[in-house]
Write a protein that binds this ligand. Structure first.
Ligand SMILES: [Zn+2]
Length: 183
């Protein structure tokens, strides 16, 4: 099912809505504005007075009334992490299916490394095993890219497998340029 990108009134991405959640937001009058080409109409119940079915036109991006939060902390999970790194092992550079990748801590947790975006990369099982509990310098396995914390635009893209063209266009305005998926 296609998801609707939710923005706050300042235009910051704030989550993905199911169609049902988007319909509810329209019904509550919470939608301030929509962006993008209309999706195929959604039909609701038959109205008693007119006998006509209600029809709702949704747009792929909606800005909702509500609080604006300054900070966004992107949740860290392997699925989005591997997509950040383009399913590429950041040590040998080869691409792998998700099931063959692991989350490697650049500075190992046993050495005080933390489990945060800036200290984790996708690594194939072999490289993870070779690196063991060493730093990249000690293992002589330099990183092919610097791990970074996605901003909210990047995270919302990475968190969804299917993103519509209008949503991609909106999100990609705030992508850093140095990743394959940013083009
Ligand atoms: Zn590897």
């Amino acid at each position: 099912m296609q998801a609707i990108l939710k923005l706050d009134v300042a235009g910051q991405p704030r989550g993905w809505l199911s169609l049902q959640e988007a319909i509810s937001a329209y019904a509550r009058g919470d939608v301030i504005y929509g962006i993008g080409d209309p999706l195929p109409p959604v039909f609701g119940g038959t109205q008693r007075l007119t006998g006509l079915r209600s029809k709702l036109i949704l747009q792929p991006i909606v800005a909702l009334n509500g609080r604006v939060f300054d900070h966004f902390t992107p949740p860290l999970c392997n699925r989005t992490l591997f997509r950040r790194d383009d399913h590429r092992c950041l040590y040998c550079g080869d691409q792998f299916p998700r099931s063959e990748l692991t989350r490697d801590h650049v500075v190992p947790t046993s050495r005080g490394g933390t489990d945060k975006w800036e200290n984790v990369v996708a690594a194939c099982k072999r490289c993870n095993w070779l690196k063991d509990c060493l730093t990249p310098e000690e293992a002589n396995m330099p990183l092919l890219a610097i791990p970074f914390k996605p901003n909210s635009y990047e995270w919302h893209f990475l968190a969804k497998d299917r993103v519509l063209a209008d949503q991609m266009e909106y999100l990609s305005t705030q992508f850093r340029a140095d990743r394959d998926w940013a083009h």
